[in-house]
Ligand binder design. Structure first.
Ligand SMILES: [Zn+2]
Length: 98
């Protein structure tokens, strides 16, 4: 299955071919950056800096934007227990300084 990738350099989403090559261009797709030369350089730096391989960085980026792993859901709101007063609104209540 083709998977959408996210570029670490410019945050663009891209969809490389399944075999990760562009035969007509003689290029290989990277799991971590798009085809912009600046992005390739940014990822080389990120690899050198983090010590992680390119495909791992790409996976982390996909996870960070929610393309891989569990879908991100907002946390359910905390409900007060039955019979208890609801939590105070932010900024509510009185303080000595006001
Ligand atoms: Zn890019």
């Amino acid at each position: 299955m083709r998977s959408v990738h996210v570029c670490i350099g410019c945050a663009a989403l891209y969809l490389p071919p399944e075999d990760m090559t562009y035969p007509s261009l003689g290029l290989t797709a990277s799991p971590a950056h798009c085809t912009e030369p600046g992005c390739a350089a940014a990822v080389r730096e990120a690899v050198a800096f983090s010590g992680l391989p390119e495909d791992k960085l790409g996976e982390l980026a996909r996870r960070a934007v929610g393309l891989e792993g569990q879908p991100r859901r907002p946390r359910p709101r905390q409900r007060p227990a039955r019979g208890r007063r609801a939590a105070a609104a932010p900024g509510g209540g009185r303080g000595k300084l006001r």
